[in-house]
Every structure is written in structure tokens, then in C-alpha cells.
Design a binder for this molecule. Structure first.
Ligand code: ARG
Length: 444
């Protein structure tokens, strides 16, 4: 028998019902949760101290054996909770059969999943930090490299590469903030809610909550076993994180093309072609972009599982883990590739500067010069547009050509349309941006 409820089940139904293929990764959390529960049962006199000790020793042995690889998980068990409890009973006998007193798999799985998700959020913080650090360092190194900023992917106004990269890091800093918020809300213990209506045993929910590092128990027992908001919140934060990663990835694809030539992606993060010897394809950036869609699918899948579900636990909810784990794995993998890819990328400031020198990205500055000389902005705009239409770079127009367009022009317009001056006069707050990111790195 490989289930806890004693009945038999058709072969096809077993395949549908089984979740161990997905939830076996929560073995550590399941064992830790059971240890806390057993300690509480013994402390409250619900089971004997001897049974409590036997259970905890048995669980510690299972934990150690799984860690060492001496014990492998029996994938024919219905789920990880079933496996751990059966293994425990095989090891310690009757005491093992008392572990599930005043508990249900419904509060157990909700507890395991919160513990697992909390650990994953902490791992994500580390990876986001790595990515922010790589971006920050590159931004600091190339803070003043002039490049074109774009709207509609058309050259618009000059910025610097440092400023551009800081925009990337800001997105990731917000993602970390969203995960911090989600972590705060999920850090409550469902244990003690049991199947849905609590228990008649004199349990101590505060004790198990504290032992597992939760801020306290979930107050409402129905809510405790049916709430998967934390999955949705994390999936939503991960979807936005992936949206950000995919935007960065898209820019890396563009920038590393011959058409842009702004960066060279590092060896180890590009692939060759089986037919075209010259190719260096930005596959990793493309895959980050491509995997984003699946994470969105995980979010929508999770929301759809929850839609219209009556309280409290329904087996539909077993589908929560596949979506959440897939999104967590994907986001972690993508972050762990993005960070070294950014760290190793070689920017080409000359190419950026060359691109900034063409495309009239100083046209606004020319109009602004006229405004400073008392010409209304709409008129200044039209005069600058007329100059642009002549097709000659604004730096190369003669003063006569300027004066023909508007007699107000004088020599000082050249300083205004100079590329470096254009950037300088924008007062991009690079110092503050880099300091903000430094603080983020210190605090995270
Ligand atoms: N494997 C189940 C899940 O992941 C555990 C809970 C089972 N509860 C039940 N009432 N059948 O949701």
C-alpha cells in the first residue's frame, strides 16, 4: 500500500492523483514541519514524551539519510507527506503512527509549501543581488559613455551607458521589493488548522509557528488550508521579474548585433551556428526572453486553479506546486545566467558615440537654445525641424545656415548642440543612482 487512507485506486487514477513527482523536492520542509509538530504534541501531553522523542529521532535519521543519499524517495508513494510518514513508521513503529494526531495533510502541505517558498524567495534575493551588482559595476565603469537613448526604437536624445544600465538595475530592485512584501505576508503558519476546522486536541499553534520561524499562526482555519494567495503573489512578482529580464535580454540581442555593435557578449554565453562559421548567436538572451512566456503561463494557470474553488481544501490545489516550482526554477536559472553575462559583456563606447552622433539626437537641444533666447517653444521646434530636414548634422551647419533659419542664432549654439554638452546639461543623476544601488546591495 502506498497511500495513507487505506483504499485501493485504479492505475490511471493513481497516475492522476500522485503528486510525488512534483512535491518530493519539499522533503526537507516536510520533515522540519513534522519535527515541530511532534515536539508540540509531546509538550502538550497529546503524545508521550517517549513517542515524541522517537518520532524526532526517526525524522532526523530520515533527514540525514536523504541528505547523504543513503535513502532515496520511493516515487510510488502518493506524495512526499505519505513517503515521510511511511518511512518513519517503518523505522520507529507505533510512535510513527501517532505523528499525524491533530494534523491533516491539508495544513501540512500548506505549511510545507510556505516554508519552501520562503526559502526560495531568500535564494532569489541572492541572485537578484548578483545581477544588480553586475549591472551596477558595469554602469559605474561606463557611467559617462555617451549613447543614444531611444523611443520607438528611433534615436531620440543622448544618455550615457551608465544611466541606461542603472535603469535595468532599478527594475530588479523593485522586483526584490515585491518579493520582500510577498515574503512578509506568507510568513504565517497554517499548522493546527488541520483538515479545515482545527482540532479538539489542546494543541499550541504558537509553538509550532515559532519553531518554524513563522511570525504566528494563520488565524482562520478555513483560510489557512485554502489560501494560495502567496503562490499568486510570488508568481506575479516572478512574472514581472521575467518581463524585466526579457526586456534586458532583448536589448542585449539588439546591442550585440552588427547593426548596433554596442556590446560583445562574453564567450560562454553565445553559441555558434552549425552551418555559418561567422555566427555568434545570443541564445542565452533569447532564451531568457523566450522563457518569460512560460512564467506568465504559470501565473495564469495558478489563478485559474483558484477561480471559483469553494472553501476549504480541494484537490485542484495540488496543481499549485507545478506552476510555482516551474516559475521559481526558471527565474533563478535566468538570473544566474544574466548576472555573469552582464559582468562579462564588453561595451564599445566608440560605437555608441558614433550612433549618438547621427540621427539628430541634439535637435531638442537646438530648440531649447532658441527657447533660452526668447523664441516660443513651438516656433523653436519648427525652426529646429527645418534644420533637421536639411539633412546635415547640426554640429556641421554654418552660422549663415543657422541665421538663415532664424536670425536669433549666434556662435553659442555650437556649444549647445555639442554631444557631450547635451548630455552634461541634462544633469543625469548618476551619482545618486549608483549610490542608491550601492545601498540596495548593502541592505540585500
Ligand atoms: N498532495 C496533496 C497536495 O499537494 C496533499 C494534500 C492532500 N489532501 C487531501 N485532502 N487529499 O495538495
Amino acid at each position: 500500500m502506498n497511500n495513507l487512507w487505506g483504499g485501493s485506486i485504479a492505475e490511471a487514477a493513481r497516475a492522476l492523483n500522485s503528486s510525488i513527482g512534483v512535491d518530493s523536492r519539499m522533503w526537507r520542509e516536510d520533515i522540519t514541519g513534522s519535527m515541530a509538530h511532534a515536539a508540540m504534541l509531546a509538550e502538550q501531553g497529546i503524545i508521550s514524551k517517549e513517542d515524541g522523542a522517537a518520532i524526532r529521532e526517526g525524522l532526523a535519521g530520515i533527514l540525514a539519510d536523504l541528505e547523504s543519499g543513503e535513502l532515496t524517495i520511493d516515487m510510488s508513494a502518493e506524495d512526499i507527506h505519505t513517503f515521510v510518514e511511511m518511512e518513519l513508521t517503518a523505522r520507529v513503529g507505533d510512535a510513527g503512527k501517532r505523528l499525524h494526531t491533530a494534523r491533516s495533510r491539508n495544513d501540512q502541505v500548506a505549511t510545507d509549501l510556505r516554508l519552501y517558498t520562503r526559502g526560495q524567495i531568500d535564494a532569489l534575493f541572492g541572485l537578484i543581488r548578483e545581477a544588480v551588482k553586475a549591472i551596477h559595476d558595469k554602469a559605474a565603469e561606463y557611467r559617462d559613455a555617451v549613447m543614444p537613448g531611444y523611443t520607438h526604437l528611433q534615436r531620440a536624445q543622448p544618455v550615457t551607458f551608465g544611466h541606461y544600465l542603472c535603469a535595468w538595475a532599478m527594475m530588479l530592485a523593485r522586483d526584490a521589493g515585491r518579493l520582500t512584501d510577498a515574503r512578509k505576508r506568507l510568513n504565517q503558519s497554517p499548522l493546527g488548522a488541520c483538515a479545515l476546522a482545527g482540532t479538539t486536541f489542546p494543541i499550541d499553534r504558537e509553538m509550532t509557528a515559532a519553531a518554524l520561524g513563522f511570525d504566528g499562526p494563520v488565524l482562520n482555519s478555513l483560510d489557512a488550508v485554502s489560501d494560495r494567495d502567496f503562490c499568486v503573489e510570488v508568481l506575479s512578482a516572478l512574472s514581472l521579474l521575467m518581463a524585466h529580464l526579457s526586456r534586458m535580454a532583448e536589448e542585449l540581442v539588439l546591442w550585440s548585433s552588427l547593426e548596433f555593435g554596442f556590446v560583445t557578449l562574453p564567450e560562454g554565453f553565445v553559441t555558434g551556428s552549425s552551418i555559418m562559421p561567422q555566427k555568434k548567436n545570443p541564445d542565452m538572451a533569447e532564451l531568457i526572453r523566450g522563457k518569460t512566456g512560460r512564467v506568465y503561463g504559470d501565473l495564469v494557470g495558478m489563478l485559474t486553479v483558484l477561480k471559483g474553488l469553494p472553501l476549504a481544501y480541494n484537490k485542484d490545489m495540488q496543481e499549485d506546486k507545478q506552476a510555482l516550482f516551474d516559475a521559481l526554477d526558471t527565474a533563478k536559472l535566468c538570473l544566474s545566467v544574466l548576472a555573469p553575462m552582464v559582468e562579462g559583456m564588453q561595451p564599445h563606447p566608440e560605437a555608441m558615440r558614433k550612433a549618438a552622433g547621427a540621427g539628430f539626437i541634439n535637435a531638442t537641444d537646438c530648440a531649447d537654445w532658441l527657447v533660452e533666447h526668447a523664441v516660443p517653444f513651438r516656433e523653436a521646434y519648427a525652426i529646429a525641424a527645418g534644420l533637421v530636414h536639411q539633412g546635415k548634422p547640426l554640429e556641421e551647419l554654418t552660422l549663415e545656415e543657422y541665421k538663415a533659419a532664424c536670425p536669433v542664432f549666434d556662435e553659442s549654439v555650437y556649444a549647445a548642440v555639442d554631444l557631450d554638452a547635451c548630455v552634461k546639461r541634462r544633469h543625469l543623476p548618476l551619482d545618486e543612482e549608483l549610490a542608491y544601488l550601492k545601498r540596495f546591495l548593502k541592505e540585500n
